[in-house]
Design a protein around this ligand. Structure first.
Ligand code: MEV
Length: 315
């Protein structure tokens, strides 16, 4: 007898403003994108992932999420989200797998519970971080985190130690974003740890995260009044501040500079160190060409996409 498959999917995301500073409770604005991961699981005689043995030491997210499962599992994954690219691949995996497992247990998690589960998996895997990626991948659409005067629906509050993150839904106006991937994999944990060490020893780094907070607040106000020019300026300003924090790299800077003549603004997105940049533009073809000319891979992304969802078996 073969066991029933349980399938769920979740979107990737990009950060318009506020990455890294959000780890310290500062505001951020994030949109989910039309690149998704789907995960299917079923009870099995052996632990397998896409037909291969599962090495749980190399798969900390899987190890955390299956901590209470007392039988072997077969996992099948299919993903459009490049791994280690700052587009939320690990948070999307955690959200989709957490949701599929909860359906298999017969106790489907609600959005807030799923955020906690996916965020704990991220913390287990990377040590430090905010619940921003988990929130965006679970909710979909757009979210703001700790943004003052947020007008959208309050979704949830996540607390760890003395830090609190208030997450609200945001209605983003229709805008065109082009993402450029450097193709360089850059795991989030070490980059977040690098910024933490810098902040621990330097007031200057603390001041830079405060400046990112101001830029994010100003960008949030621009977004609310549909002012793409000001929002773009804040994105470019944020890139400069993130570069000073030491999380950009030559390839990202080259792609940001190549995109800027055709964009309202451009910046690295996610943890940096490689991964991706994003440009806000109404000339997407020219931006794609500029990104390609610097060796990157462009994606014109769609936003306004659904969050984590369970896909019932058609039978
Ligand atoms: C990574 O997408 C975003 C960071 O701010 C880390 C985090 O918030 O956990 C760099």
């Amino acid at each position: 007898m073969t066991s029933e498959w349980f399938t769920a999917s979740a979107p990737g995301k990009f950060v318009i403003l506020g990455e890294h500073a959000v780890v310290y409770g500062k505001p951020a604005i994030v949109l989910a994108i039309d690149l998704r991961i789907a995960v299917s699981i079923r009870r099995s005689g052996r632990n397998l992932i896409n037909g291969d043995h599962v090495d749980f030491r190399r798969q900390p997210h899987l190890r955390y999420l299956t901590r209470d499962v007392n039988h072997a599992l077969e996992f099948m994954t299919s993903s459009d989200i490049p791994v280690g690219s700052g587009l939320g691949s690990s948070a999307a995996l955690s959200a989709a797998l957490g949701l599929a497992l909860s359906h298999q247990r017969g106790a489907p998690l609600g959005e807030k519970e799923l955020v906690e589960e996916a965020y704990n998996a991220e913390l287990f895997a990377q040590g430090i971080g905010s619940p921003m990626d988990a929130s965006a991948c679970v909710h979909g659409g757009g979210i703001s985190v700790n943004l003052p005067n947020a007008t959208g629906e309050h979704l949830w509050t996540v607390t760890r130690g003395d830090r609190t993150w208030d997450v609200h839904d945001i209605e983003a106006p229709d805008m065109t974003f082009v993402i450029g991937s450097t193709g360089i994999k850059a795991p989030t944990g070490p980059l977040v740890a690098k910024v933490r060490r810098y902040r621990d020893r330097s007031q200057f780094a603390v001041d830079i995260t405060d400046d990112i907070e101001q830029v994010t607040i100003q960008g949030g106000q621009a977004l609310a009044r549909n002012d793409v020019e000001e929002l773009g300026r804040m994105m470019t300003e944020d890139h400069k501040l993130l570069s000073i924090l030491g999380v950009s790299c030559r390839e990202l800077n080259k792609m940001v500079n190549a995109a800027l003549p055709y964009s309202y603004g451009a910046k690295l997105t996610g943890a940096g160190g490689g991964g991706c940049m994003v440009a806000l533009t109404d000339e997407p073809d020219k931006v794609c060409k500029a990104i390609r000319s610097r060796g990157g891979t462009p994606y014109i992304v769609k936003t306004g996409v659904p969050g984590a969802m369970f896909h019932p078996d058609p039978e």
